[in-house]
Design a protein. Structure first.
Length: 342
């Protein structure tokens, strides 16, 4: 009996040691021990008129911060933030994620970000670590914002701190298990300086704006687990649910199934008005924000988009969703596509 108990004890000890080791070998250790996070610093960003102006521009246009961190007016064209709720946070239940919330980032000290330090804001925006140390669900596009320059980051934080405080309690997201563990592997510290983009090169600067505008997340194909499908960047097909029903991000590559007919002038017109000549684009495209950019910035974005490799993938939201052999998802005109290997 003593020998049997000894063997059982050794077996259990082996399980205790080997099971975590096996899990970490497959998915890494982060889901178990928590996200990778750098220590907070006491840095602060000087509140200058230049940063306030730049931050106001970015937050209300290309970066789209207030489109997520405000209540949405689902009845208005382009689904803008509801007046008076800017920055006060909300639930994403209407978009089919009932357990996801975005926090109140206004300067209210009790329910918002009034007590958060500048570096807590910075770490959340670019590195995916909330003010309380938890990994943020990647609905917050820190995987794209990590490319935001240090100066633009400072400007965004300076402007957000200038918003009128709104007293509104928003509970934290209740990310279900095991996703709440897996997302611990997503955040990555930003420890090296991120320089300003080269504005003298339209394609390079346009790529920067497309990145911090999070265009990839809606216009690239993602599988059922939200992972990018190789070779389908900017080819569309990903479902964008909401109270309006289901739409899919369109293909915006230069393939005939995308937008090869767009000119610079047509692109700017679409971004300003939500119209492509007589055709109305879906309100899920937040043109009311993107259209606030300068002509030069919109031209730079277009210059970059024309360099994207073409991908044959027809997505047409005017047609009912059908299974697509190209991307493996269901979207309008899905059955009009061919498998990737044909």
């Amino acid at each position: 009996m003593h020998r049997w108990l000894t063997r059982l004890g050794l077996g259990l000890l082996a399980l205790v040691i080997l099971v975590p080791a096996a899990i970490s070998a497959v998915i890494g250790i982060r889901p178990i021990i928590g996200p990778r996070a750098r220590p907070l610093t006491d840095r602060t960003f000087e509140r200058t008129p230049e940063r306030l102006e730049r931050g106001q521009y970015l937050v209300n246009s290309v970066s789209g911060c207030l489109f997520c961190h405000s209540e949405t007016d689902w009845q208005a064209r382009g689904f803008p933030p509801k007046n008076g709720t800017e920055g006060s946070g909300r639930s994403w239940a209407e978009e089919g994620i009932p357990w996801a919330t975005v926090p109140n980032i206004t300067p209210d000290p009790d329910t918002g970000g009034g007590r958060w330090t500048d570096d807590q804001f910075a770490r959340a925006i670019r590195e995916g670590i909330g003010h309380d140390g938890r990994a943020l669900f990647p609905l917050m596009p820190y995987h794209q914002y990590r490319y935001m320059s240090d100066e633009d980051l400072a400007s965004v934080i300076v402007y957000v701190r200038s918003l009128p405080p709104v007293r509104k309690t928003v509970p934290p997201s209740q990310v279900p298990f095991p996703v709440n563990r897996f997302i611990n592997a997503v955040p990555e510290p930003v420890t090296a300086p991120v320089p300003d983009p080269n504005r003298s090169n339209p394609v390079e600067y346009g790529g920067y704006l497309v990145r911090i505008g999070v265009c990839r997340d809606c216009h690239s194909t993602a599988d059922a687990d939200g992972q990018p499908v190789p070779g389908m960047e900017f080819a569309g097909g990903t479902a964008l649910p909401g109270p309006y029903g289901n739409v899919a991000g369109p293909n915006i590559t230069q393939d005939p199934s995308g937008i090869p007919y767009y000119t610079e002038e047509l692109f700017i017109e679409m971004m300003r008005t939500g119209m492509v000549k007589a055709r109305t684009i879906h309100d899920r495209m937040p043109f009311v924000g993107y259209g606030r950019q300068t002509d030069d910035d919109l031209k730079a974005m277009f210059a970059y988009l024309t360099t994207i490799p073409p991908v044959a993938h027809r997505v047409d939201n005017s047609l009912p969703p059908t299974a697509c052999p190209r991307c493996g998802l269901r979207h309008g005109a899905g059955n009009q596509n061919k498998p990737a290997d044909e």
